[in-house]
Design a protein around this ligand. Structure first.
Ligand SMILES: C[S@@+](CC[C@H](N)C(=O)[O-])C[C@H]1O[C@@H](n2cnc3c(N)ncnc32)[C@H](O)[C@@H]1O
Length: 300
C-alpha cells in the first residue's frame, strides 16, 4: 500500500472528496423546508383563494366582529374568512407602504416569501420588479404559477433559495423585507445579505414577532410558538444590534401588538380555520412577553 492510497482511505480526512456535494442547507433548514412543503393550512389557502393574494402572516386593525353573528352557517364561515383576509391584507399594505417611493424600474427582494402575496402587493403598488425567495420548492413553484396567471411573471419571480445566501447581484435592490420570516435564521447572517443586496439609501422593512426583553427570557408561550412552527423567536434587542452591525439604520419602529390582537381574537372563533396556536399567541401578547413589531431601516 503506498502513502497516496493511505491518505485517501484515512478516516481522519477532514475534507472528504465529496465535500462539494454536501447540501448547502443545514439539517435545520431542511426541516423548515419540509414543514413549508407540506403546509396546507386552510387559514393560508382559503383566505388566499379569495383574490389570489396568498399571505402567510397575521392581520392588523379593528376587526368587524359582526361576521360572527351571521345566522347562516355557510355564510358565517365565508364572512369570517373574508374578514381575516382583509386584516392580513392590511398588514401587507402597511409593510409595502414603507418600501417606497419606488419606480417601475426598481427591484425589490422579498426574503422568505411564502406563497408570494407580498411581492404581488409591492408590484401592484409600485409596478416594480420583485424577487421572492423561499426555502420551500413547492411554495416557489406555486407563487410562480400565480404570477404567470396574473401576467406579471416578467417582473415578479420566485426562487427556491436560501435567503441567507441568495446569489443575487450586489447593490441591485432598492428595497427588501422580511414579513414574519426572520425567526428561522440568524439575524447577523440575514442582515448581512440584505445589506449586500440593497443599494446605498435602500430601504429595509421587517415585520416580526419578537420576545420582549423587558419580560426577561422567552416565556412559556414564546417557547410553545417556537415548537409549533419549528422556529426560534429572537429578542427585540437582537434586531437592533444586528442591524447596527450591518449598515441598517432604523428610521421608524412601530409596535403592532395592540393592532394584531383583534385578528387573533377573531381567528380563535373561526373553527374552520384555527390551527390550535391562537390562544397561545393571545396569552403571549397579553402577558407582555411577546411583541409584534415593524422596524423600517435605511441601508447606509
Ligand atoms: C411565515 S412564512 C411567511 C411568508 C411570507 N413572508 C408572507 O408574509 O406571506 C415563513 C417563510 O419563510 C421561509 N423561510 C424560512 N427559512 C428560510 C430560508 N433560510 N431561506 C428562505 N426562506 C426561508 C419559509 O419557506 C416561508 O416561506
Amino acid at each position: 500500500m503506498n502513502h497516496q492510497q493511505d491518505d485517501k482511505e484515512s478516516p481522519l480526512t477532514i475534507a472528504p472528496a465529496d465535500a462539494r456535494n454536501l447540501p448547502t442547507q443545514s439539517m435545520y433548514q431542511n426541516r423548515v423546508a419540509d414543514y413549508w412543503n407540506a403546509e396546507e393550512n386552510p387559514v393560508n389557502l382559503e383566505l388566499g383563494k379569495l383574490d389570489d393574494l396568498y399571505h402567510h402572516h397575521y392581520g392588523i386593525g379593528a376587526a368587524d366582529r359582526s361576521v360572527l353573528d351571521e345566522p347562516d352557517p355557510v355564510l358565517r364561515r365565508e364572512r369570517i374568512t373574508a374578514e381575516l383576509h382583509r386584516l392580513e391584507h392590511a398588514q401587507a399594505e402597511l409593510l409595502a407602504a414603507r418600501l417606497g417611493p419606488l419606480s417601475p424600474a426598481d427591484r425589490v427582494f422579498d426574503a422568505g416569501c411564502g406563497r408570494g402575496g407580498g411581492s404581488v402587493v409591492a408590484n401592484l403598488r409600485y409596478g416594480c420588479h420583485a424577487d421572492g425567495v423561499t426555502i420551500s420548492a413547492k411554495q416557489a413553484a406555486f407563487a410562480n404559477e400565480q404570477a404567470r396567471k396574473r401576467g406579471i411573471d416578467g417582473k415578479v419571480r420566485y426562487h427556491h433559495r436560501n435567503m441567507l445566501d441568495t446569489g443575487f447581484e450586489t447593490g441591485a435592490y432598492a428595497a427588501s423585507w422580511n414579513n414574519e420570516s426572520t425567526m428561522y435564521v440568524e439575524l447577523e447572517l440575514l442582515f448581512a445579505e440584505h445589506a449586500r443586496l440593497l443599494r446605498r439609501g435602500g430601504r429595509y422593512v421587517v415585520v416580526t414577532g419578537c420576545y420582549n426583553d423587558t419580560y426577561g427570557r422567552a416565556s412559556r408561550e414564546v417557547s410553545l410558538i417556537n415548537a409549533h412552527y419549528i422556529c426560534d423567536i429572537h429578542p427585540r434587542s437582537e434586531y437592533f444590534r444586528a442591524m447596527a452591525r450591518n449598515r441598517l439604520v432604523p428610521v421608524h419602529v412601530q409596535d403592532l401588538t395592540a393592532d394584531t390582537i383583534p385578528y387573533w381574537e377573531l381567528r380563535r372563533e373561526a373553527e374552520h380555520l384555527v390551527t390550535g396556536i391562537e390562544d397561545t399567541f393571545l396569552s403571549a401578547y397579553k402577558n407582555g412577553s411577546f411583541q409584534y413589531l415593524m422596524i423600517v431601516a435605511d441601508r447606509v
